[in-house]
Ligand binder design. Structure first.
Ligand code: FEO
Length: 394
């Protein structure tokens, strides 16, 4: 896609990845974009690059506006390869001696990714770079979501180049929030749940800091998806809301099953929760991707996990999901376990122990039923649901 002018002399020059469906284990049904930005000031400046296979597309886009050799400065807001993979190709075209601005950690990390003696210019948080008509300010955002991450703020234009923060994995011809409307929010929410949830406390701290600094923001330009120009506060407020992880009267019942017994338990629990006014759904782990389930976990007050016992342990998809969820550290959740077994039946105990390790409030020892649930077993599932429903906020 050709460059798009976002503001006077500021262009999106990135690339659209229509076909990506798996982003390091995160399902991206709508593809993604790798956003890069060109500022045509007295000092021509490129902010971020793209994933390596798209480097030529980036260079072609830049070339429709200016000879890449005329770029004076390159800024790397983040080292991860979806934004820096194209850097060697870009630096080769722009000039290996051109100043490359990044955070202190960016310098360390880029040096470890690329054996290149580029003209690194590590910056401190609050550092400024004058381009002629405008000045850029750098703002370190360590661990949002890598140690090297930083924002770049264009003061005069009131544009925040926010790296991964506020992004969405969404490929489309639209470049702005007002062109997509509310339909973009599920993508932003999923992105937050899968990329930033672990750092939710830092998000709250950062928003507080930015508010104190009094930065006026008229547009947010992330490194994935659309740019927020209609109402940037919409996504900032959503981040604050998501980061607080206030539990809702909602339960995610996530499970796998071998011969449908654990599935019957899951559905019984969901129906009983629903009858008690809980927003509940079952998520079979071979019908729902882990990254979609974790998106639902974001505002759920309860996560109820079911697994059959397989070879004295958990079913592999359930272990996979628990590993994924553990890494993202969701907070303020009630936890409970259930599952069917044949003879040894360790799964429920293992699930409860895992949920406790994740600091979930495990409110019941869990329901374990041998072979096929009978009416008494199903009643135990309903009783578990009753207990969960009572513990959830009204
Ligand atoms: Fe989009 Fe952390 O890379």
């Amino acid at each position: 896609m050709k460059p798009v002018e976002l503001a006077k002399d500021i262009y999106w020059v990135g690339a659209i990845d229509w076909n990506i469906r798996d982003f390091h284990g995160y399902s991206v049904y709508k593809g993604s974009t790798y956003n890069a930005y060109l500022i045509m000031d007295e000092k021509i400046t490129l902010i971020d690059t793209v994933k390596r296979p798209f480097a030529d597309e980036l260079i072609d886009n830049i070339s429709t506006l200016v000879d890449p050799r005329k770029i004076d400065y390159v800024i790397s807001n983040h080292t991860e390869m979806d934004h820096s993979g194209g850097l060697p190709r870009v630096m080769h075209r722009v000039g290996e001696d051109k100043p490359l601005y990044c955070s202190q950690m960016g310098y360390k990390n880029l040096s470890k990714h690329f054996s290149q003696k580029w003209n690194y210019q590590p910056v401190e948080s609050g550092g400024e770079l004058n381009l002629g008509k405008r000045t850029l300010t750098f703002l370190e955002t360590r661990m949002l979501h890598w140690p090297d991450s930083m924002f770049t703020y264009a003061k005069e234009d009131k544009i925040l180049f926010s790296s991964d923060a506020f992004g969405q994995h969404y490929a489309g011809l639209e470049r702005f929030d007002d062109e997509v409307g509310e339909a973009i929010m599920p993508h932003a929410r999923k992105y937050f749940a899968n990329i930033l949830l672990l750092y939710a406390p830092l998000v709250l701290k950062l928003v507080e800091e930015v508010t104190k600094m009094g930065l006026s923001i008229e547009m947010i330009c992330p490194d994935h998806g659309i740019m927020w120009r209609r109402d940037p506060s919409r996504i900032i407020n959503a981040y604050v809301q998501w980061s607080k992880q206030a539990p809702q009267r909602k339960a995610v019942v996530v499970y796998d099953t071998m011969w449908h017994s654990t599935e019957t338990m899951a559905q019984t629990i969901v129906e009983a929760l629903g009858a008690r006014g809980v927003d509940a759904r079952p998520y079979h782990l071979r019908a729902n991707h882990r990254s979609d389930v974790i998106t639902e976990v974001l505002d759920a007050g309860a996560v109820v996990v079911g697994s059959p016992t397989l070879n004295n342990g958990l079913f592999p998809t359930v272990s996979d999901f628990l590993t994924y969820m553990k890494g993202l550290k969701p907070q303020n959740k009630i936890g409970a376990a259930f599952g069917s077994y044949g003879w040894s039946g360790e799964a429920v105990k293992l699930l409860s122990a895992e949920l406790k390790t994740m600091k979930f409030d495990v409110i019941d020892p869990g329901v374990r039923l041998q072979y096929v649930p009978d009416e008494e077993g199903l009643e135990a599932c309903r009783n578990l649901a009753e207990k969960i429903a009572r513990a959830l906020p009204e």
